[in-house]
Design a protein around this ligand. Structure first.
Ligand code: SAM
Length: 216
């Protein structure tokens, strides 16, 4: 089987637009060394998050799903000096690796990692957040969106990752995460409080996509 050309395109984009970055490279290698799954966002997507934070003028960011802190670092880099990211992570061992990576990237003063089931963590948070990035257990996406809306203001930007997932939700008998993804898209489309779209992507992370919404 020949190598898809979009992988070559991605490599070109990475070296042309992203450039080498020791702190981000370390975030990936430490995660690998710790046996964590390589499910962080692609570099172009990470930079997209940074740009979105900057474009929207975000100061307070909420992230659900920290893993090794790769996307947290990108988000923090999009914020002004007094900006903050609160990132929710279920597994203490992931949070510990993330803490080191975030500190190593020089954005430790901006990022707080809260350990626990995100739905519990979210109960104790106060809004409004300017930008919310949802990238954890897909089965809770709709719950996260509902809570994110409570923690938002008009203009808050909400991004949900992995909303295409190789089209798994197309199957009529879709269940589990695939069904949850379809329900996530339907929630985004039906919500009176959100204006949303989704973008399909092909990258080293496979055929996937992300949704972007703004709170009305
Ligand atoms: N956003 C990260 C990045 O791009 O670098 C990747 C996050 S990874 C896809 C999903 C993370 O969510 C994992 O670290 C997992 O342990 C965490 N997670 C799963 N269920 C969770 C829950 N209920 N509450 C908080 N975090 C959860």
């Amino acid at each position: 089987l020949s190598r898809p050309e979009w992988l070559e395109v991605e490599e070109f984009l990475n070296r042309t637009l992203i450039k080498a970055d020791p702190a981000l490279d370390a975030a990936i290698s430490t995660a690998q060394a710790a046996g964590m799954p390589a499910i962080e966002v692609a570099p172009t997507a990470g930079k997209f998050l940074m740009l979105l934070a900057r474009i929207s003028g975000a100061r307070r960011v909420l992230e659900i799903g920290t893993l090794a802190g790769y996307s947290s670092i990108w988000l923090a880099r999009g914020l002004p000096e007094d900006g903050t990211v609160i990132s929710c992570e279920f597994l203490p061992e992931h949070a510990a690796v993330a803490r080191k990576n975030i500190d190593n990237a020089g954005v430790g003063n901006k990022v707080e990692v809260r350990v626990g089931a995100a739905l519990d963590t979210l109960v104790n948070l106060q809004g409004p957040f300017d930008l919310v990035f949802i990238d954890a257990d897909k089965g809770n996406n709709v719950n996260y969106l509902k809570r994110a809306l409570e923690l938002s203001r008009p203009g808050t930007v909400i991004v949900v990752d992995n909303v295409v997932w190789e089209g798994a939700f197309l199957a009529p008998e879709a269940e589990g995460d695939a069904l949850a993804i379809r329900q996530t898209l339907e929630f985004l489309g039906n919500s009176e409080s959100l204006e949303a779209t989704a973008v399909q992507t092909a990258s080293s992370k496979g055929w996937d996509g992300f949704a972007v919404a703004v709170v009305k």
